[in-house]
Design a protein around this ligand. Sequence first.
Ligand code: BMA
Length: 845
Amino acid sequence: MRTILFIAVIVALVGCKGNQNQKIEINSGWEFAIVGDEDFKPATVPGYVHTDLLTNGIIDSLYWGENPKKYNFVGDTSWVYKTTFILSKEQISYNTKVLQFEGLDTYTDVFLNGEKILVTDNMFLAYEKNVTSYLNEGENQLEILFKSVRKEGQKIVDNYKFYTEEHARADADNYRKFVRKAQYQFGWDWACPLVPAGIYKPINLILYNSARINDVFIVQEELEDDLAKLKAEIEIASNETTTVDLQVEVNQTIVKTLKNVSLNTGSNNLYVDFEIENPQLWWTNGAGEQPLYNIAVNVVKDGIIHDTKLHKIGLRTIEFVNDWDEQGRSYYFKVNGEPIFMKGANYVPIDAMLPTVTKERYDEFIAQCVEANFNMIRIWGGGIYENEEFYDACDAAGILIYQDFMFASFMPPADDPFMENLEKEAIYQVKRLRNRACMALWAGSNEVESAWFEGYMPKGYPEEVYTIDHKKIFDKLLPSVVKKYHPGIGYVRSSPTTGTDSIMVNTRGYGDAHAWGVWFAMIDFNKAKFGRLTRFISEYGFVGYPAYTSLKKYMPVEEMDTTSAVFQFRDAYIGIQDNIRNFIDRYYPQPRNMMEWTYVSGIMQGEAMRQSNEIYRTHMPYCMGALLWQLNDVWPVASWAMLDYYQQWKPVMYRTKESFAPIIVSIYEDKGQCKLYGVSDEFVDREVELILSLKDFYGKEISRYSKNHTLEANTSTEFHNFSYKDILNGEDAANVVLEAVLLENNDTIASTLHYINRPKDLKLNEANVSYEVKEENGKTVVEVSTDYLAKNLYLIDSKGEINFSNNYFDLMPNRKVKVYPRKEIGADELRKRLSILTLNEILIK
Ligand code: BMA
């Protein structure tokens, strides 16, 4: 009862603003139970069954050890959520009342005051229902029945009309692809199956007397240096024939008013042209600023603003260039007319418990991408279309989005009910995201096309499933929705694709590729240059374990043995350890304990990916994008991720930050022959001096080469080539390192260390590393130096909570380096928590 009173107060307070439209979030007083069980427990909305079970102490820690294995029952069970909300006399007097469900996961029957008002079957779709005639003054009961996902999915499979018996068999146990629900939730190589259910996004009650803005599309018609011409396309629902004024505000100033606009009962499509003088252009991270303009559209009647829609937009052009050329088919993006190399990674949801992710977590997450010099993220097709907060952070940071439609690796059905459902989803999502500065590309799927071409589809699929169904979805429905609702944005049928049936996916020279040679085919790191090095690489990856300090957060210390069942349950898949051992044998000294295992696998992942990053960048402009697999994890697991579940940077994140810097110098070696490149993402040339020196591990220079060069804007230039034999000139490769530096007016603008031998074949001595933790201008800083090369110097925070400005790096002797914690922490506290590990220690043994 107390909760009901509480809601009544809130509702009454917002409900006294005359004729203004109102939006009331129905987020309190919720309870849940298993269907048929009268034992209702308090629930959080938005939320998930799993998190509610946790809060009520019914299950224990979701991500600990093998616990998730116990929670399969959630997807097998039907659940009910209910609440009561109160409407005041004033609220009930509104002419029209609409219930809006921003996200229900997934199969539900919704009852309002005992009447079934809605049936849902798609977690990616928002639903609305006019409930005017169902509501009462005073108490109203809202009840949502979540039907077992597994059972509902199976029903669809059973009723699906297949081409052949064979096809039916191939699909029988594969209900997941029939379900419009995030595919990773059923299990993926880096995700355990958790099959959640729940009200995972807000439910709102919208009240209006006359008109409501359903949608606003801000079209950028012309963008000149001194003037931007824009058009607001406005969709208004009206419940009467009336006249209103339409206003457009730019940064809180009204710039245009259309007086006495007639509205008819029902849906009205209107537009307002307006202009912005001296437009400030929006650029990607690293290429310029990200000014955003607040554009508000108001519907005004009798002097009162009835409804407002606000969008923050960036003024920019984005062109996806996918032309046939003499090398094949290009695949790149021009922002404001400038071709820009895309640097970034593939994103999966930050947490399997989606509703727990806050705006602060999104903001911090994107801030890390900015720090790592990203300008693009691909939202992978087996996850979700993200929340507004995610795209807000990308808009503000200049991170472009390569957005998959939510299909991954499995061929979905293409019968009428599925197509209708999908069409609604596609229209909803394309319209929802089309005003965003960050939106750069839509892709039909993750790897559904390549599954066909590369033979991963289940045996027994008849040809028609590709020639008819696949085309129906990925060549017809989805591109037509994109073209109609967001004209001008790029669309590709899949990631990866060559864009045509006549050229096999992943063919060198043609479009986008997923380049898995280094990890799955286990080729040497430098061989990433061959195989699938093509025009754009939207996936390439390497597994590294989370740090030991992270491991301790999700499994007992006694299970930390690579052969234990718990440990293996937390591996992305059985087999990652074999790959890691194989690579360690080839490149690194053998780890002797769990700490060293996590450390060596981590720095190896960092090195493998550093080489790939640089190989792709040095092939600019032939290759114009490098997106690593994968940026993050949905739960704590040993995977390809660069950030572990706890947002701790693995070495690969640090190495990527360096190799994605705007200017790099890179040395590539093949069979003893080396090429040295300068790569610049900047728009201006620079005059630089290249210095290449051979040094021993005490820092003594053995030989030096130097030459002046022009570092050309926005491309890669070969500066030098040499052989190991010549440069060594008789020195032992095990004792030396090459240091390349680019100087501009005597300032270092880029540098790199290059070893001739692999780490396991270096003759390293002990390094006496000294470090001091102190406060400097109010900031905590760690100052580190060494008397001898410290290889992969690891600053360990015993609590596993602090990322640094740099870590796991090679430190040359007699240089003082400052490293900053990324999070506020006092010098005393950090000093207590800090220790150090180097590869030297493992090599010396
Ligand atoms: C990629 C992705 C995912 C997968 C990853 C690692 O190609 O698209 O499907 O998790 O490989 O296997």
